[in-house]
Design a protein around this ligand. Structure first.
Ligand SMILES: [Zn+2]
Length: 114
């Protein structure tokens, strides 16, 4: 919700001749307003206003809040390693000479892994 509302705010505050969804925004900026707006999700004052039981309106118990915050970094080490391995493999594909024979992807990955 916070992410998409960031996109909505971006569109609402844009002044362009011909409005469109997404517009003609450079790719390295298009996610900035939404990702910036996401940070409000974790602000304790904002969190306390929306993270409530749907029937009773009771705030989320502190131990559950702590578990939720701890889960945010779960598996990030693996995700980073997976990302780096894919980037390294991609770089190896791109340094093959233009006249290199076609490669079988699985065999290429295995032959180049250290
Ligand atoms: Zn987005």
């Amino acid at each position: 919700m916070f992410h998409e509302f960031g996109h909505a705010l971006h569109s609402m505050f844009s002044e362009v001749e011909y409005p469109s969804l997404g517009g003609n925004i450079p790719r390295d900026f298009v996610e900035f307003p939404s990702q910036f707006n996401e940070h409000w999700r974790d602000d304790p004052n904002v969190f306390a206003r929306y993270a409530r039981h749907y029937k009773t309106g009771a705030p989320m118990p502190p131990d559950l809040v702590a578990r939720l915050r701890n889960a945010a970094t779960f598996n990030q080490g693996y995700a980073l390693t997976e990302y780096l391995a894919a980037a390294e493999l991609d770089m190896r594909w791109h340094i093959l000479p233009a006249d290199a024979p076609l490669q079988a992807p699985d065999a290429f990955e295995k032959s180049r892994s250290r």
